[in-house]
Design a binder for this molecule. Structure first.
Ligand SMILES: Nc1ncnc2c1ncn2[C@@H]1O[C@H](COP(=O)(O)OP(=O)(O)OP(=O)(O)O)[C@@H](O)[C@H]1O
Ligand SMILES: [Mg+2]
Length: 508
């Protein structure tokens, strides 16, 4: 049987640095190929070669046995390849229907002959297929990142591609949306389509893929059937060594000093009467399903969104006019879940991105001149701790980093500000296993040095691995509280899924 897609000895370098080195593999019709590797291993670049986004320096591609050289993404699309990018690729000022039908418009024949009613109807059917109940004429900027991701998938379905590439599609999906995606993927392979699936959630890759390809430093280091591929071996192939421990030991315990106090914070329909304290030296987890109000609460604490009533106190002092600027002055840091949208200046070099929040600290009081050298050294040090895979941080723009390394830049930026209260929303999403460990170690050190860390996560293991205490949110309320000694997966999960019942607060 002729494979659907064949890669032969593909190589691609950026400015003399090889991102993909001599990779050969194939994908069959009707199969899912998993593609894994650390941040910067070359996964997205390899797919960009297939998708016509960049061109190989050497090597060749075959599609259904025929030579295939896509010059542009449109070429790839016309050849039957759909590419769901790690960074979303939609036009936020257009409607859902316009985004899905965008490449059909010019080919519609005579101008003015699009059948708008038909487009609307087809959009509705496609949205239905991905489980979205939203009007086709809704502008993209009105829907959540997860919903946008599903629109992108709907667009791939519309394209009726023979091969669909998913580059970390689940990072902004809720648990239910993720399940929906996996069902769609099953249907696609059953129809004989080929899929390439990239993810850092190795359990998902193992479950979905028929075969799994592992990349390290641009090379293909393994390609094996998923059935007999234990996750521990995937990790050691990705990282180049075995990792015994996913979480570092905690080296300190919380003190009695209250750093942050949230007192009766409420915004109708979003969060209800939230009260808790974060102590110096504490790592506090906030667990809940997406949509439980966790992110909204964090945004209120940081001053990004207003709240109706209640107050927020930092070291016992109420914040009078909460705003991000006031929060930064109070030494609060906030790593948002939409890091790429909220956190980075893509065309600016890495060093300046890292220094952004801390800039005033590097300026001398008298002349407001920034000490470039000192700033650069501090940025470099933070980048090294996070194992940032990059060229010269003063030269390379953030957009030339891999997706996971861009996220590390956001974390580095806030770390450099030496926060006393560090709020992190999904801190390790899209980050590879090796670098996760480094981030956890940093969290432990921050706590050991007397900071308080609030981690929002939908990965319960991450919270039970790192936190002193976990608060559980559901439908805008805190419905449970668990101390480290009483962490229990089943009980925490059942609290998160349960509707709030004030008669029966859950604790442990
Ligand atoms: N446009 C570009 N210019 C310069 N270097 C680039 C460019 N795109 C990627 N690179 C480099 O190529 C290497 C591979 O990056 P790639 O994005 O393929 O990694 P990845 O495996 O997808 O990682 P992640 O899991 O973080 O998404 C990285 O070192 C990256 O900095
Ligand atoms: Mg990538």
């Amino acid at each position: 049987m002729t494979p659907l897609l064949e890669l032969h000895d593909l190589t691609k370098a950026f400015f003399g640095v090889a991102a993909v080195k001599g990779v050969s593999l194939h994908v069959n019709a009707g199969e899912t190929l998993g593609l894994i590797g650390q941040n910067g291993a070359g996964k997205s670049t390899l797919m960009n070669l297939v998708g016509g986004v960049v061109h190989p320096d050497s090597g060749r591609l075959l599609l259904k046995g025929n030579p295939y050289h896509p010059r542009t993404p449109a070429d790839a699309q016309q050849s039957g390849i759909a590419f769901i990018h790690q960074e979303l690729n939609l036009f936020t000022n257009l409607t859902i229907a316009e985004n899905i039908f965008i490449s059909d418009f010019p080919r519609g024949g005579f101008p003015g002959t699009f059948n708008r009613a038909k487009i609307k109807q087809q959009t509705r059917e496609l949205l239905n297929a991905v489980g979205l109940d939203i009007a086709p004429e809704t502008p993209l900027d009105r829907i959540s990142p997860g919903e946008r991701q599903l629109v992108e998938i709907a667009r791939a379905l519309h394209q009726d591609a023979a091969l669909i590439i998913f580059d970390e599609p689940t990072t902004s999906l809720t648990a239910r949306e993720t399940e929906r995606l996996f069902t769609i993927m099953d249907q696609l392979t059953a129809q004989g389509k080929g899929i390439i699936y990239i993810s850092h959630i190795l359990g998902d890759v193992r479950k979905l893929a028929d075969r799994i390809a592992v990349m390290r430093d641009g090379e293909l280091v393994a390609l094996e059937a998923a059935d007999n591929f234990p996750i521990s071996r995937m990790i050691s192939l990705m990282v180049g060594r075995s990792i015994e421990q996913l979480y570092p030991p905690r080296t300190s315990a919380p003190t009695n000093k209250s750093l942050l106090e949230v007192r009766g914070v409420r915004t109708a329909g979003i969060v209800e009467n939230i009260s808790f304290q974060l102590k110096a030296g504490e790592v506090l987890g906030l667990f809940g399903l997406m949509g439980s109000g966790r992110t909204e609460l964090a945004r209120m604490i940081f001053g990004m969104d207003p709240f109706d009533s209640g107050s927020i106190l930092v070291e016992g002092e109420p914040l009078h006019k909460p705003s991000p600027r006031a929060s930064i002055r109070s030494k609060i840091a906030f790593v948002t879940e939409n890091r790429r949208e909220e956190g980075l200046l893509m065309s600016i070099d890495i060093a300046n991105n890292i220094s952004l929040v801390s800039l005033p600290e590097f300026a001398s009081n008298l002349i407001q001149m920034v000490d470039q050298q000192q700033m650069h050294e501090a940025a470099q040090e933070t980048a090294t701790i996070l194992q940032l895979k990059s060229g010269d941080i003063r030269q390379q723009p953030v957009k030339a980093l891999s997706g996971g390394n861009q996220q590390k830049v956001v974390i580095a930026k806030w770390l450099l500000s030496r926060p006393s209260i560090f709020i992190m929303d999904e801190p390790t999403r899209g980050i590879d296993v090796g670098a996760k460990y480094e981030i956890y170690s940093i969290i432990d050190q921050l706590a050991a040095n007397g900071s308080g860390v609030l981690i929002i996560s939908s990965e319960l293991e991450e919270l039970t691995g790192m936190c002193d205490r976990i608060l559980v949110m559901s439908q805008g309320e805190v419905v449970g509280e668990f101390d480290r000694a009483a962490f229990n997966r089943e009980r925490i999960l059942s609290a998160a899924f349960r509707e709030h019942n004030p008669e029966q607060p859950v604790s442990g």
